[in-house]
Design a protein around this ligand. Structure first.
Ligand code: MN
Length: 282
Protein backbone atom coordinates (compact mmCIF):
# COMPACT_ATOMS: atom_id res chain seq x y z
CA UNK A 1 0.00 0.00 0.00
CA UNK A 2 1.14 3.54 -0.77
CA UNK A 3 0.22 5.85 2.11
CA UNK A 4 0.32 9.60 1.51
CA UNK A 5 -0.37 12.80 3.38
CA UNK A 6 -1.68 15.52 1.06
CA UNK A 7 -3.19 19.02 0.94
CA UNK A 8 -4.20 20.08 4.49
CA UNK A 9 -2.77 16.90 6.07
CA UNK A 10 -5.36 14.61 4.53
CA UNK A 11 -4.71 10.85 4.47
CA UNK A 12 -4.46 9.30 1.04
CA UNK A 13 -3.95 5.88 -0.53
CA UNK A 14 -2.16 5.99 -3.88
CA UNK A 15 -2.87 3.47 -6.63
CA UNK A 16 -1.61 4.00 -10.16
CA UNK A 17 -2.06 7.64 -11.13
CA UNK A 18 -4.75 8.31 -8.51
CA UNK A 19 -4.86 9.17 -4.84
CA UNK A 20 -7.96 8.29 -2.82
CA UNK A 21 -8.96 10.42 0.13
CA UNK A 22 -9.39 8.16 3.17
CA UNK A 23 -9.17 10.93 5.79
CA UNK A 24 -12.35 9.81 7.54
CA UNK A 25 -10.84 6.39 8.38
CA UNK A 26 -8.13 5.16 10.74
CA UNK A 27 -9.01 7.76 13.39
CA UNK A 28 -7.00 10.25 11.32
CA UNK A 29 -6.62 13.72 12.86
CA UNK A 30 -5.50 16.37 10.35
CA UNK A 31 -4.26 18.59 13.18
CA UNK A 32 -1.91 15.82 14.39
CA UNK A 33 -0.65 14.03 11.27
CA UNK A 34 2.42 12.47 12.87
CA UNK A 35 0.55 11.05 15.86
CA UNK A 36 -2.13 9.83 13.45
CA UNK A 37 0.48 8.09 11.30
CA UNK A 38 2.03 6.38 14.32
CA UNK A 39 -1.41 5.16 15.38
CA UNK A 40 -2.10 3.93 11.85
CA UNK A 41 1.21 2.04 11.74
CA UNK A 42 0.68 0.45 15.14
CA UNK A 43 -2.79 -0.74 14.15
CA UNK A 44 -2.05 -1.40 10.49
CA UNK A 45 -2.82 -5.13 10.50
CA UNK A 46 -6.37 -4.53 11.68
CA UNK A 47 -6.82 -1.34 9.58
CA UNK A 48 -5.56 -2.65 6.26
CA UNK A 49 -8.90 -3.95 4.96
CA UNK A 50 -10.75 -0.83 6.09
CA UNK A 51 -8.21 1.38 4.32
CA UNK A 52 -8.43 -0.63 1.11
CA UNK A 53 -12.21 -0.45 1.14
CA UNK A 54 -12.16 3.27 1.89
CA UNK A 55 -9.73 3.78 -0.98
CA UNK A 56 -12.24 2.25 -3.39
CA UNK A 57 -15.08 4.38 -2.11
CA UNK A 58 -13.25 7.61 -1.29
CA UNK A 59 -12.96 10.67 -3.48
CA UNK A 60 -10.20 10.22 -6.04
CA UNK A 61 -7.78 12.80 -7.40
CA UNK A 62 -5.14 12.71 -10.11
CA UNK A 63 -1.68 12.82 -8.57
CA UNK A 64 -0.99 16.24 -10.14
CA UNK A 65 -4.12 17.69 -8.58
CA UNK A 66 -2.92 17.44 -4.98
CA UNK A 67 0.04 18.69 -2.96
CA UNK A 68 1.88 15.86 -1.23
CA UNK A 69 3.27 16.55 2.26
CA UNK A 70 6.13 14.80 4.05
CA UNK A 71 4.75 11.28 4.58
CA UNK A 72 6.45 11.16 8.00
CA UNK A 73 5.89 14.69 9.37
CA UNK A 74 7.67 14.82 12.74
CA UNK A 75 10.00 11.92 13.59
CA UNK A 76 11.53 11.91 17.08
CA UNK A 77 14.87 11.31 15.37
CA UNK A 78 16.60 10.60 12.07
CA UNK A 79 19.58 8.26 12.13
CA UNK A 80 21.61 8.56 8.94
CA UNK A 81 24.41 6.46 7.48
CA UNK A 82 27.63 8.22 6.33
CA UNK A 83 29.85 6.88 3.51
CA UNK A 84 27.70 3.78 3.12
CA UNK A 85 28.64 3.11 -0.52
CA UNK A 86 32.24 2.32 -1.48
CA UNK A 87 32.28 4.50 -4.62
CA UNK A 88 30.88 7.47 -2.69
CA UNK A 89 33.61 6.97 -0.08
CA UNK A 90 36.18 7.09 -2.91
CA UNK A 91 34.76 10.25 -4.49
CA UNK A 92 34.72 12.03 -1.11
CA UNK A 93 38.35 11.09 -0.46
CA UNK A 94 39.34 12.32 -3.91
CA UNK A 95 37.44 15.62 -3.76
CA UNK A 96 38.27 16.60 -0.20
CA UNK A 97 41.52 14.72 0.43
CA UNK A 98 39.92 13.26 3.48
CA UNK A 99 41.66 10.47 5.28
CA UNK A 100 39.61 7.45 4.26
CA UNK A 101 36.90 6.88 6.82
CA UNK A 102 34.46 4.02 6.94
CA UNK A 103 30.97 3.66 8.30
CA UNK A 104 32.39 1.18 10.81
CA UNK A 105 34.63 3.96 12.22
CA UNK A 106 32.15 6.81 11.92
CA UNK A 107 28.89 5.09 12.97
CA UNK A 108 25.52 6.62 12.14
CA UNK A 109 24.84 10.32 12.83
CA UNK A 110 21.70 12.25 13.79
CA UNK A 111 19.91 14.80 11.61
CA UNK A 112 17.52 17.26 13.25
CA UNK A 113 13.91 16.04 12.96
CA UNK A 114 12.96 19.63 12.01
CA UNK A 115 14.98 19.28 8.79
CA UNK A 116 12.18 17.14 7.32
CA UNK A 117 10.27 18.71 4.45
CA UNK A 118 7.78 17.47 1.91
CA UNK A 119 8.12 16.43 -1.75
CA UNK A 120 6.46 19.69 -2.83
CA UNK A 121 8.53 22.02 -0.63
CA UNK A 122 11.62 23.87 -1.88
CA UNK A 123 15.11 23.22 -0.53
CA UNK A 124 16.23 26.50 1.09
CA UNK A 125 19.96 27.19 0.88
CA UNK A 126 21.11 29.03 4.03
CA UNK A 127 24.46 30.24 2.59
CA UNK A 128 25.52 31.72 -0.73
CA UNK A 129 29.20 30.92 -0.21
CA UNK A 130 29.07 27.32 0.98
CA UNK A 131 28.97 24.27 -1.25
CA UNK A 132 25.67 22.46 -0.58
CA UNK A 133 25.19 19.02 -2.13
CA UNK A 134 22.42 16.65 -3.07
CA UNK A 135 22.53 13.10 -1.70
CA UNK A 136 19.89 10.70 -3.05
CA UNK A 137 18.98 8.01 -0.54
CA UNK A 138 16.50 5.32 0.35
CA UNK A 139 14.74 6.18 3.60
CA UNK A 140 12.43 4.16 5.76
CA UNK A 141 10.16 4.62 8.75
CA UNK A 142 10.19 2.51 11.91
CA UNK A 143 6.81 0.86 12.56
CA UNK A 144 7.21 -0.31 16.13
CA UNK A 145 9.46 0.34 19.10
CA UNK A 146 12.87 -1.21 18.51
CA UNK A 147 15.82 -1.76 20.86
CA UNK A 148 18.78 -4.09 20.29
CA UNK A 149 17.12 -5.69 17.29
CA UNK A 150 19.03 -8.50 15.60
CA UNK A 151 19.79 -8.26 11.88
CA UNK A 152 17.51 -11.17 11.03
CA UNK A 153 14.58 -9.55 12.85
CA UNK A 154 15.11 -6.01 11.50
CA UNK A 155 12.63 -6.49 8.67
CA UNK A 156 9.75 -6.74 11.17
CA UNK A 157 10.39 -3.19 12.44
CA UNK A 158 10.35 -1.38 9.09
CA UNK A 159 6.90 -0.12 8.23
CA UNK A 160 7.71 1.28 4.81
CA UNK A 161 10.05 3.05 2.42
CA UNK A 162 10.34 6.41 0.63
CA UNK A 163 12.79 8.51 -1.32
CA UNK A 164 14.95 10.83 0.81
CA UNK A 165 17.32 13.67 0.07
CA UNK A 166 20.10 14.20 2.60
CA UNK A 167 21.05 17.78 1.74
CA UNK A 168 24.57 18.48 2.98
CA UNK A 169 26.82 21.51 3.34
CA UNK A 170 30.43 20.43 2.69
CA UNK A 171 33.08 21.41 5.21
CA UNK A 172 34.68 20.44 8.48
CA UNK A 173 31.80 21.10 10.83
CA UNK A 174 29.97 18.25 12.48
CA UNK A 175 27.73 16.29 10.12
CA UNK A 176 24.78 17.09 12.38
CA UNK A 177 25.25 20.83 11.72
CA UNK A 178 25.98 20.46 8.02
CA UNK A 179 22.85 18.37 7.40
CA UNK A 180 20.24 19.72 9.82
CA UNK A 181 19.09 23.03 8.35
CA UNK A 182 15.36 23.43 7.70
CA UNK A 183 14.34 21.67 4.46
CA UNK A 184 17.55 19.56 4.38
CA UNK A 185 15.61 16.26 4.52
CA UNK A 186 12.95 16.24 1.80
CA UNK A 187 11.08 12.91 1.89
CA UNK A 188 8.33 11.42 -0.23
CA UNK A 189 6.33 11.21 -2.23
CA UNK A 190 4.57 8.65 0.03
CA UNK A 191 5.34 5.60 2.18
CA UNK A 192 5.34 2.27 0.35
CA UNK A 193 4.62 -0.39 2.93
CA UNK A 194 7.35 -2.97 3.39
CA UNK A 195 5.22 -5.87 2.10
CA UNK A 196 5.27 -4.25 -1.36
CA UNK A 197 9.05 -4.05 -1.55
CA UNK A 198 10.43 -7.44 -2.44
CA UNK A 199 14.02 -6.53 -1.56
CA UNK A 200 14.91 -3.06 -0.24
CA UNK A 201 18.56 -3.94 -0.73
CA UNK A 202 18.11 -4.09 -4.49
CA UNK A 203 16.44 -0.84 -5.53
CA UNK A 204 17.67 1.60 -8.15
CA UNK A 205 18.47 5.09 -6.92
CA UNK A 206 18.60 7.97 -9.40
CA UNK A 207 18.93 11.73 -9.10
CA UNK A 208 18.78 14.46 -11.73
CA UNK A 209 19.60 18.15 -11.44
CA UNK A 210 17.78 20.13 -14.17
CA UNK A 211 17.28 16.86 -16.10
CA UNK A 212 21.00 15.99 -15.98
CA UNK A 213 21.47 12.54 -14.43
CA UNK A 214 23.90 12.99 -11.52
CA UNK A 215 23.45 9.83 -9.43
CA UNK A 216 22.66 6.38 -10.77
CA UNK A 217 23.14 3.70 -8.13
CA UNK A 218 21.48 0.79 -6.42
CA UNK A 219 20.90 -0.13 -2.81
CA UNK A 220 22.49 -3.49 -3.62
CA UNK A 221 25.82 -1.68 -3.14
CA UNK A 222 25.03 -0.53 0.41
CA UNK A 223 27.85 -1.38 2.85
CA UNK A 224 25.44 -1.48 5.82
CA UNK A 225 22.23 -2.62 4.15
CA UNK A 226 18.76 -1.55 5.32
CA UNK A 227 18.61 -4.21 8.01
CA UNK A 228 22.14 -3.62 9.30
CA UNK A 229 21.38 0.11 9.65
CA UNK A 230 18.38 -0.73 11.83
CA UNK A 231 20.36 -3.28 13.84
CA UNK A 232 23.13 -0.79 14.69
CA UNK A 233 20.81 2.22 15.23
CA UNK A 234 18.74 0.15 17.66
CA UNK A 235 21.84 -0.45 19.77
CA UNK A 236 22.42 3.33 20.10
CA UNK A 237 18.91 4.31 21.14
CA UNK A 238 15.37 3.06 21.33
CA UNK A 239 13.81 3.58 17.91
CA UNK A 240 10.27 4.91 18.17
CA UNK A 241 7.49 4.29 15.68
CA UNK A 242 7.74 7.18 13.23
CA UNK A 243 11.53 7.51 13.44
CA UNK A 244 13.43 7.67 10.16
CA UNK A 245 16.57 5.93 8.92
CA UNK A 246 18.48 7.47 5.98
CA UNK A 247 20.57 4.70 4.45
CA UNK A 248 23.27 6.74 2.68
CA UNK A 249 24.05 7.93 -0.82
CA UNK A 250 25.81 6.36 -3.80
CA UNK A 251 28.45 8.18 -5.87
CA UNK A 252 27.69 11.23 -7.98
CA UNK A 253 26.96 13.81 -5.27
CA UNK A 254 27.41 17.42 -6.31
CA UNK A 255 26.37 20.99 -5.62
CA UNK A 256 22.87 22.39 -5.97
CA UNK A 257 22.25 26.06 -6.67
CA UNK A 258 19.49 28.65 -6.51
CA UNK A 259 17.03 27.93 -9.32
CA UNK A 260 17.89 24.24 -9.73
CA UNK A 261 15.28 21.50 -9.89
CA UNK A 262 16.28 18.26 -8.17
CA UNK A 263 14.49 15.03 -9.05
CA UNK A 264 14.94 11.81 -7.07
CA UNK A 265 13.61 8.41 -8.11
CA UNK A 266 13.87 5.25 -6.02
CA UNK A 267 13.04 1.99 -7.79
CA UNK A 268 9.38 1.06 -7.42
CA UNK A 269 9.00 3.38 -4.42
CA UNK A 270 8.38 6.62 -6.29
CA UNK A 271 9.89 9.93 -7.32
CA UNK A 272 9.56 13.64 -6.68
CA UNK A 273 11.06 16.94 -7.82
CA UNK A 274 11.89 19.92 -5.63
CA UNK A 275 13.06 23.45 -6.37
CA UNK A 276 16.17 25.01 -4.84
CA UNK A 277 16.14 28.60 -3.55
CA UNK A 278 18.10 30.86 -1.25
CA UNK A 279 16.49 30.88 2.19
CA UNK A 280 16.58 34.66 2.59
CA UNK A 281 14.69 35.27 -0.64
CA UNK A 282 11.76 33.24 0.51
MN1 MN B 1 23.78 11.02 3.37
Amino acid sequence: MKIAIFNDNRLGIVAGQKVSDVTTTADWDQSKPHESLVRLMENFDSLKDTLEKAAQEGKQYDLEEVVFRAPVPSPSKIWAAPVNYKKHQEEMNKQFNNAPRTIEELALFLKAPSSVSGPSDPILLPFKDRRTDHEAELGYVIGKKAKNVKYEDAKDYIFGYFALLDISIRGNEERTWRKSFDTFTPIGPWIVTADEIENPNDLSLKLWVNEELRQDGSTKHLIYDCYKCLEVASTYSTLNPGDIIATGTPEGVGPIRDGDVVRIQVGSVGEFSVNVKFADEN
